[in-house]
Design a binder for this molecule. Sequence first.
Ligand code: DGT
Ligand code: CA
Ligand code: CA
Length: 594
Amino acid sequence: MKKLEIARGFDLIADLLEIKGENPFRIRAYRRAARNLEALTEDVETLAAQGRLDEVPGIGADLAGKIGEYLGTGKMEALESLRREVPAGLADLMGVPGVGPKTARLLHDRLKVTDLGQLETLARAGKLRGLPGIQAKTEQNLLKGIALVRRGQARMPLGRALPLAEEIAHALAGVRGVKRTEPAGSLRRRKETVGDLDILVASTDPKRVMDAFVTLPQVADVIESGPTKASVRHHEGIQVDLRVVEPATFGAALQYFTGSKEHNIRIREMAVKKRLKISEYGVFREPGGRRIAGATEEEVYAAVGLPWIPPELREDSGEIEAAQSRRLPVLVELDDIRGDLHCHTNATDGHHTVEALVAAARERGYAYVLVSDHSRSTRVAGGLTAEEALAHAEKVRAIGRKQRGITVLASSECDILPDGSLDYPDDVLAQMDLVVAAVHSRFKQPRAEMTRRICRALENPYVNILAHPTGRLIGEREPYDVDLEAVFAAARRYGKALEVNCYPERLDLNDVHARRARELGVLLAINTDTHALDQLDTMRLGVATARRAWVEPAEVINTWPLDKLRAWARKTPKPAARRAAAGAALAPLPLLDL
Ligand code: DGT
Ligand code: CA
Ligand code: CA
């Protein structure tokens, strides 16, 4: 993911130039290049090697040179020299909601603030008020913002951590003597954020693995290193812990280092009752300590009389009891997904054409893909008017008719307006194959209003899927204040699906909420909300979140064959039935025969 590292470097350059008050055109050029790099579908190293970087929009000779420099040396002198001029901590300040470059410079010039910690201390002490535009309330908001940034920094989102860990595991898999490599810890359990990367290797030659590990190009510095374990800091900031074990103990070590700690404690207690001892080195019979298992995880679980438990469930939240009674769920898998029901194109804020999206969806083996561009109220994303949306739907269908093996569905990601009405009239929505609805404005509405707003949208007979139901952005924005139990009840009542949005910063619904929703019988849709084609691959993050929520394939509408999906989409009650349902607020929930 070199392109993302370079994009972040360009963004940081832009931040620092902004703080310096430099030429806005230069700043915009860096930002534009960063966005285009993120959207890049080809490998940036390949493009550089072939001298084709200038084909990327917004990248001329100058920026191509900087990319080449970074790929060669891991650094960009332009960035390093800016860092010498402007404390880089000031760029962190701009990560706090409400702090722009002018405020950052003001804080630095007037109060000598150079990092988040100092800003926090001053805000706590009430020493910011009085600066232009800062009141007591602003200080409170800044403190909330700082807390959000902190949480985001302390733990890395899964979507960023996963490729970093896989890159390292891949590099180590090539070292002589290595039999297996596997990311463990919270990463293997697919928690939405991870504290560090834990990597486990089985090898007959640990020293060779250690030497390779501490000299990987990704390593910024070595924290500690011994004969079979080491900890380093990754260039991207996160700590990486490596353990090397003998192949015969790999299963026991993997079970131990996957955790969670709470899950492991329960498993070890069960072992003690059977006069066994489980450690990272194996399963041992007590007394005497003869090893009876350890090569595979299955052996470890079998030793305490349990079937293997999928890592995503290992949180001591009921999985051990379910395993004991042989009622573990059969979890949804990436291969079960037959299509993506939330994708953008360049008709609004996507980076690709409808044709390119369809081709990419087909490459993923999908049977269907849904084009859902923004509606008019999402102006920043170039939302479509009703007329434009209908014309776009026609175009999408015309493109779809030329395809073989994949069905292209025409739709909209239609805004839910503050009063709960939809951004398009019903007769427009009626012409969409399936409607995705979402909140994109007025996030600060009071709880009762927001709850009424969303429930009213779910009641609309043409709405099928509620996208990113809580609006949270990990490390950036809290979920809006909404009574989710009421939303789940409305979704169940009207037979609507709630989205598990795969965006790495969203994962919304999250694991806990999705689990509660499915317990209440609510359907889910796992969608990528793709704006750039490689985001189609974030599907695995949403699937992982659903697995952590104990979700089985039948509960996910985009595992269904197309005809079942279409029948469900049509099943929603028509307006007359809808009035009746609203009148009978406490009537039994309509049964869905799925
Ligand atoms: P993180 O890194 O905060 O996202 O969470 P984990 O679960 O990856 O935690 P980490 O990296 O401290 O440890 C990795 C695994 O090692 C953990 O999931 C279970 C195991 N482990 C660590 N410390 C203990 C312990 O004191 N007791 C037991 N039973 N297992 C432990
Ligand atoms: Ca960890
Ligand atoms: Ca660790």
